[in-house]
Design a protein around this ligand. Structure first.
Ligand code: MLT
Length: 275
C-alpha cells in the first residue's frame, strides 16, 4: 500500500504526519542520534487508525541546528510549538531515550496537554559525573575524528546481538544516515542531555496512563534498574521486549506494535467508561 506522509515545517522543524487529521493524535519523539524515521514501523501501522505525528528534533535529521546552543528545555519548547501549531488535542506522547527525556520533562512542565504516554528505553535521572564526562569525550571525539567515527562506535551499542546479526544491512544504513547529520546539532544534543534536569521527583505526580517499553538486552537503560525507578508512576504498565536492545521499536517492531496496540485499546476502554 502506498504510504501517505505529509511534511510540514513548524518553527523551522521538519514535522511528518500520517493518518486522518481528525483521529486521536500520537506524537513520536525520537532518540539520539536518530531522526523521525526510527518510528517508521510504528507510524505506518498506527497511521491506519490514528494521526501519527513525528518530527526531527532540532539539530538532528532535517531540522537545522541554528546556533547549536540546544537545551532539554528548548527541545520541550519545540514540542509545545508542534502541539500548538498543529492544534493537537491531548496527544498520546511516545518518546524513546532522549525522546523520553523530552517527554518526561514535558509531562512535568505541561501535564494537561497529554492523554497518555509511552516511554521507551529511557530514564528519569539526570547524568551523573561519569555520564557527563562521557558526553564531553563524545564531543571531543566528534571534533577530532568526525561524526562518522563516533556514530559507528556509539550506535552499535544501541542494538542487540540478534539485530546486529540479522539486521546487519539495516543497521549499516541507519548508521550511515546519522553520520550525515550536522555535527553541530549532534554535539548540541549531547550538551542538552548532559545539562538536563532530573525528572524522578515528577514521576509520582504523573496521573495519566503510562506504558513503559524496554528491550530485554538494553545495555544503555537496562530494564531491571528502570523498572524500580518507574514504579513510582501510579498508572504504569512495564513491558520487556524480546530480542531487542535500546532501539526496541526498530529491532522488534512487531512485538512493540502489539504492545502499543493493546495499550491504545485499553485507553479506548477507559474513555468509554468515562462517558
Ligand atoms: C538515546 O538513545 O537517545 C541516547 O542513547 C540517550 C543517551 O545517550 O542518554
Amino acid at each position: 500500500m502506498e504510504k501517505k506522509t505529509m511534511k510540514k515545517i513548524i518553527n523551522g522543524l521538519s514535522v511528518f504526519l500520517e493518518g486522518q487529521e481528525s483521529a486521536q493524535p500520537i506524537l513520536f519523539v525520537h532518540g539520539f542520534p536518530y531522526d523521525h524515521s526510527m518510528w517508521e514501523a510504528q507510524t505506518e501501522e498506527f497511521g491506519k487508525e490514528y494521526l501519527c505525528v513525528s518530527y526531527d528534533i532540532r539539530g538532528l535529521g532535517e531540522s537545522p541546528a541554528g546556533d547549536g546552543q540546544l537545551t532539554m528545555e528548548s527541545f520541550v519548547d519545540d514540542l509545545e510549538t508542534i502541539i500548538d501549531g498543529l492544534k493537537l488535542k491531548k496527544p498520546v506522547l511516545c518518546g524513546l531515550s532522549m525522546g523520553g527525556y523530552i517527554s518526561l520533562r514535558a509531562l512535568e512542565r505541561m501535564p494537561a496537554k497529554f492523554s497518555a504516554a509511552i516511554l521507551c528505553d529511557t530514564r528519569a535521572e539526570a547524568d551523573n559525573n561519569e555520564g557527563k564526562l562521557k558526553r564531553a569525550a563524545a564531543i571531543k571525539r566528534i571534533n577530532t575524528e568526525g561524526l562518522a567515527a563516533y556514530a559507528r562506535d556509539f550506535m552499535v551499542t544501541c542494538f542487540s546481538d540478534h539485530f546486529k546479526t540479522k539486521g546487519h544491512d539495516k543497521l549499516r544504513k541507519i548508521i550511515d544516515h546519522s553520520s550525515r547529520f550536522d555535527p553541530l546539532g549532534v554535539k548540541g544534543s549531547l550538551v542538552a542531555m548532559l545539562s538536563r534536569t532530573d525528572t524522578t521527583a515528577a514521576l509520582e505526580k504523573i496521573d495519566i496512563p503510562i506504558l513503559l517499553i524496554f528491550g530485554e538486552e538494553d545495555a544503555l537503560t537496562p530494564p531491571a534498574g528502570m523498572r524500580a525507578v518507574f514504579q513510582k508512576i501510579k498508572h504504569a504498565e512495564f513491558v520487556e521486549i524480546k530480542r531487542a536492545g535500546h532501539m526496541s521499536p526498530i529491532e522488534n517492531s512487531e512485538e512493540v506494535n502489539r504492545t502499543i496496540h493493546d495499550f491504545l485499546n485499553s485507553l479506548k476502554g477507559s474513555r468509554a467508561k468515562e462517558t
